[in-house]
Design a protein around this ligand. Sequence first.
Ligand code: NAD
Length: 370
Amino acid sequence: MAANKKLLVLPGDGIGPEVMGEVSRVVEWFGDRRALKFETEEGLVGGAAIDAQGTPLADATMAKAMDADAVLLGAVGGPKWDNLPFEQKPERGLLRLRKDMALFANLRPAICFDALVEASSLKAEIVAGLDIMILRELTGGVYFGTPRGIETLADGTRRGINTQVYTTPEIHRVARVGFELARKRSNKLCSVEKANVMESGVLWREEVQKLHDAEYGDVELTHMYADNCAMQLVRAPKQFDVIVTDNLFGDMLSDQAAMLTGSLGMLPSASLGDPDETGRRKALYEPVHGTAPDIAGQGQANPIACVLSFAMMLRYSLDLGGEADLVETAVRNVLASGKRTADIAAPGEAALSTAEMGAAVLAELETLGA
Ligand code: NAD
């Protein structure tokens, strides 16, 4: 079993420290029971870092993130810091991590646990057994392309400009992650763009196809327009395995896919950078949810999204798929036994606290894997 992997834990604000506390117990369990030792350091990010260090992410914390095998983050932000200037807001800490670690591939799984089928807004038969992965390009495209801005024209009217731009290397590196992911799953990749109306989409489609033909002929590759993909995700989401798409379409399609599965408190994510010469990728794992100020400090938050983010870390940073399966099965069994935090409980149903849900996952891990 791998030894002494360096893990930087950044709990952040609001419910971040509460859900991360339960993940820390899972990390310790792996050390005690599975001989999987982590060299864990904890740091400040977001509002907590602003309060203690005067900046949303100190240089020393950033250096630790660059040096770690993986970074596990809770969530950042909250009303206390809402009125700070944009450059000093808690979110800048998260943006700096993503930028300096050059995290270009955002992985958002959409998994529908059988026990929570009824929480989806879609019919049970459409979502039961759903397990798909949306892979979003995170550092290019229209959110970053130039020229951009708002200009005033000679007649006094104004024009807003953003530029959708992708290069061959940008397309290849994210498509490569998509093909590799597909190989570890059901071997199907669907590449999504708008090649019917956008030149950047034509390039995207051609380059993904070229990479496929040159290196990934064993993976079943299909292409789909983004508007059709949005429809197919609610019509028949189980037709997909991995979807790879650009920054803009990925932003929307990943949120849409996430909501097929029910609660925000259940959704993990991973953001990956390029592999270095040793094959190690910089990586950040975090729940999709925010700091939930409405329930922060009350011990009610669902820790499962954060626990499943740790499972993604085991799978994608440490290549420990079996250990990741163990965590995911523990969560699945806990839900199947009817245990719920308030966000996923039916009206009138008894709800577990954050710590009780963490304890239930640990007890299940103990049963499954000690
Ligand atoms: P949110 O995700 O924090 O909360 C939305 C709703 O979902 C709330 O009702 C909340 O109680 C509930 N919820 C979220 N996570 C939950 C969990 N684990 N268990 C139970 N219920 C949960 O989104 P928001 O209210 O729009 O934002 C609140 C703050 O979080 C803002 O400051 C925002 O900027 C920040 N935020 C941070 C991140 C991040 O750090 N990645 C992401 C989104 C929002």
